[in-house]
Write a protein of this length. Structure first.
Length: 97
């Protein structure tokens, strides 16, 4: 199995695509973990705004799904990770090997 760095090396712009898509995915998971901790504590306040803003534009249709606070965090996180995958696919370029 190849490491992400080895896989990125197979594409013309794989290194920068890995940096951007991986950084975005890390940011989404970090904000979701922070928000999950706020929800578990019982007072998320306006913390959800950060995850909604971070995962735009996919957060708009996902917010129309009726769900609890915990499920909304999971939905938005999944949407953000899907966007990170799309970023990888769009930015990586052509395969060189």
């Amino acid at each position: 199995m190849r490491s992400p760095r080895q896989t990125a090396g197979l594409y013309t712009h794989g290194d920068i695509a890995l940096l951007l898509a991986g950084g975005y995915a890390t940011l989404v998971v970090g904000v979701a973990a922070w928000l999950g901790a706020l929800v578990a504590a019982g007072d998320p306040g306006f913390g959800g705004i950060w995850l909604i803003a971070l995962t735009l534009p996919v957060s708009i249709p996902l917010l129309a799904i009726p769900a609890s606070s915990e499920a909304s965090v999971l939905l938005l996180t999944a949407g953000g990770l899907a966007q990170a995958w799309v970023l990888w696919r769009l930015l990586r370029g052509r395969r060189t090997a």
